[in-house]
Write a protein that binds this ligand. Structure first.
Ligand code: NIG
Ligand code: FE
Length: 416
């Protein structure tokens, strides 16, 4: 298929964009793309490609923007139930960590998720995936973490594998058994940490080898935070995971600066996410390594907080910055990367071009897939969007509405 007559093709070519390089969109005006076998076979001026492939099936982009599908590198998209009542409690003055300490928050979703069968989990999750696709996300990371015991965590892994197999949205899977202290270990975070290291991580490794031997291992993530896992407990978990061969991620500095970002850099984690309270030393440590800094502006927004990821400092230091939704039932029930971009422009002071690069090629780097998705280059997956706008700056400028007209995944035009 030949997609032609785009006002702008945002190629995002040239790999992940570090520091103040962020925002190189690689714009081809009056551009076209040839798609073959689910991959991009050619990128070039419309006039040239139309002449070179006269018999190819055509899709007229009609003077609109064509860009890579969004990559959302941090979601908790599979869960059961909701926390609408907690939203109201927070508006009335209770804090997120107070609600968690009282057995609500993540632990409330854990109760619902433990009680759900895989089929029930899938039935609740599929509509969310459809919403994400409609809004242009073609690849997403997704975490477990609402089981907090081996059987329920494995059920979440099974659900995520099935959703990925069903497609068309591709899912990069993460084990987040260290999302909160399991209720069985209330008051004993060291006990749960030891259980994670000695029992749960090896069980996940065995389960994965038995059920998905052909796939790369999932990421292992930890919520390094006051009220969840201390820096020292996070280190124990991540070191144990690394020894079992798992690639790493971390939730760091959402509410308090515990040093999780430096730990991520030291252990070579693929990403460190949230980074609201991150210190200058942590930012420098990230910038010196390969760990991608992931900003999640929906989270402070969802919690009605004022502080956001210091994108300017991260870019000045030479860090790799990506954006994600954090889609989850507690802090940010939003899987719309267009809204993430709009928020990032206003709260993190990114330009639309910077935010777009952070939500595509750099987001792909944050899940270790920058060689497959996140840009429109020959040989990469044909995952792309036609937007209903003539210029890329409308992303971020317009907000709260869906600017995506057409979603193409692996060369197939989706009916979403
Ligand atoms: O990234 N901070 C920890 N995890 C999620 C929230 C999950 C929940 O509240 O259910 C986050 O914000
Ligand atoms: Fe999260």
């Amino acid at each position: 298929m030949l997609i032609h007559s785009a006002s702008q093709v945002l190629t995002l070519s040239g790999g992940p964009q570090r520091g103040t390089e962020l925002g190189r969109l690689g714009i081809l005006t009056a551009g076209a793309l040839l798609l073959r076998h689910g991959l991009i076979a050619a990128v070039g001026p419309s006039a040239e490609l139309l002449a070179a492939y006269p018999d190819e099936e055509r899709l007229d982009a009609g003077g609109r923007v064509v860009m890579p599908g969004f990559v959302d590198p941090h979601t908790h998209l599979i869960w059961a139930g909701d926390r609408a009542a907690e939203f109201e409690m927070r508006l009335e003055g209770k804090s997120y960590l107070e609600i968690l300490a009282a057995g609500g928050g993540i632990l409330s979703t854990v109760r619902h998720t433990r009680a759900a069968t895989v089929e029930m989990l899938l039935a609740e999750t599929r509509p969310r995936l459809r919403q994400m696709l409609r809004h242009g996300t073609t690849t997403a990371e997704a975490k477990t973490g609402y089981g907090l015991e081996t059987a329920s965590e494995l059920r979440m892994l099974e659900g995520l594998l099935r959703l990925d197999e069903e497609g068309p949205l591709e899912i990069a899977i993460t084990f987040l058994g260290a999302h909160a202290i399991a209720p069985e270990y209330k008051g004993d975070p060291d006990g749960y940490t030891a259980h994670l290291c000695a029992e749960m991580l090896p069980a996940v490794r065995r389960w994965w080898d038995a059920h998905a031997p052909q796939r790369p291992l999932p990421f292992v993530d930890v919520f390094c935070e006051t009220g969840a896992f201390s820096l020292e407990q996070s280190r124990r978990i991540l070191v144990a995971a690394k020894a079992l061969g798992f690639p790493l991620k971390i939730h760091a500095d959402e509410f308090d600066n515990l040093g999780g970002a430096s730990l991520a850099a030291e252990l070579g984690a693929v990403s460190a996410d949230h980074l609201v309270k991150t210190s200058a030393a942590d930012i420098a440590a990230l910038a010196q390594g390969q760990t991608v800094a992931v900003g999640l502006p929906c989270t402070p927004f969802g919690l009605a907080e004022r502080e956001y990821t210091p994108a300017g400092a991260i870019l000045e230091a030479g860090g790799l910055l990506a954006l994600a939704s954090d889609l989850n039932p507690g802090t940010a029930w939003c899987g719309n990367m267009q809204f993430v971009i709009a928020l990032a422009c206003r709260t993190m002071r990114l330009t639309p071009a910077q935010a777009i690069a952070a939500a595509t090629i750099n987001a792909a780097a944050a899940i270790g897939r920058a060689d497959q998705v996140g840009s429109l280059e020959v040989g990469k997956q044909a995952d792309l969007l036609i937007l209903n706008v003539p210029d890329y700056r409308h992303l971020g400028y317009q907000f709260g509405m869906n600017l995506v007209d057409t979603v193409i995944k692996k060369g197939n035009v989706l009916n979403v």
